[in-house]
Design a protein around this ligand. Structure first.
Ligand code: GLP
Length: 257
């Protein structure tokens, strides 16, 4: 039985978004280096959206200025719009290339992103293979997450339950509205996406949820202090021992009170 009053103690609040982002990048760097010292690969679960941009910027800086190598890094992205061409300007494939992959020494074969062109007939099987590949590699070591204004993680929209795996999902109205500006109009925003499931995400050994800015303060408050429910998928995270919530003070404003 989950106590709805449970408030995780794993919350770190930084004065500035840059400091919060740097703290996340530092944890990722340390984990990559530790695995390198042990001669092992590391499996990272990666997010898109505005929130992780400074994290990726900092990781690129570490690669260029401090010699951080990505040769042992295997990545699995959380999600991709559907349908979506990888070459589309607003695809998450393109996002990852622009913000991280094209700047570091990742091996192309170590990059995994749900493919927005899988046919409807093969989708279920391809999603299953995506999850199986993660498991075969020993699971995700660090999962980076943002949070949608409706409490989604990845594209696990309200209604997504704890036992969900990688799958096709209908995008929520709030999510499509939030994406409308980037797509230059709501009518251009895809209606669906492929997302890792909540079970896939919560199986990670470490989860770092980053939320920045005042526009996330209401959902951060709801996810951390409201009912633990599929209506707010991020609320599932706060009872996990491996979660760390990293906020700037604007995002944390309502929980600070
Ligand atoms: C997007 C992504 C999520 C992301 C969230 C928040 O739709 N699928 O992975 O965490 O919405 O986006 P942003 O960081 O731009 O606020």
């Amino acid at each position: 039985m989950i106590d709805k009053n449970t408030l995780t103690s794993n919350i770190i609040v930084f004065a500035k978004e840059l400091d919060a982002s740097r703290a996340v990048a530092k944890q990722i760097q340390q984990a990559i280096v530790a695995k390198q010292s042990a001669g092992q690969p590391i499996v990272l679960g990666l997010a898109t959206g505005n929130t992780p941009k400074l994290v990726y910027q900092e990781l690129v800086r570490m690669h260029k200025n401090e010699g951080l190598s990505f040769e042992n890094v295997i990545t699995f992205n959380l999600d991709e719009y559907y349908p979506m061409m990888p070459s589309h300007q607003l695809s998450y494939h393109n996002f990852m290339n622009i913000h991280l992959f094209s700047h570091v020494n990742m091996l192309p074969e170590n990059i995994n992103i749900p493919y927005g062109q899988w046919s409807k007939a093969e989708l279920i099987e391809k999603c299953k293979i995506y999850d199986e590949k993660i498991q075969q590699l020993g699971g995700i070591d660090i999962q980076l997450l943002g949070i949608g204004r409706n409490g989604h993680i990845g594209f696990n929209e309200p209604g997504s339950t704890m036992d969900t795996c990688t799958r096709l999902i209908d995008l929520h109205e709030t999510t499509r509205n939030d994406a409308a500006k980037d797509f230059e109009g709501l009518h251009n925003v895809p209606y669906q996406a492929i997302t890792m499931g909540i079970q896939t995400i919560t199986s990670a050994r470490k989860i770092l949820l980053l939320a920045l800015g005042e526009r996330k303060s209401v959902i951060v408050h709801k996810a951390l202090t409201g009912e633990i429910t599929s209506d707010v998928p991020a609320s599932y995270l706060r009872v996990l021992p491996q979660i760390e919530f990293i906020f700037d003070k604007e995002a944390a404003a309502l929980i600070n009170r």
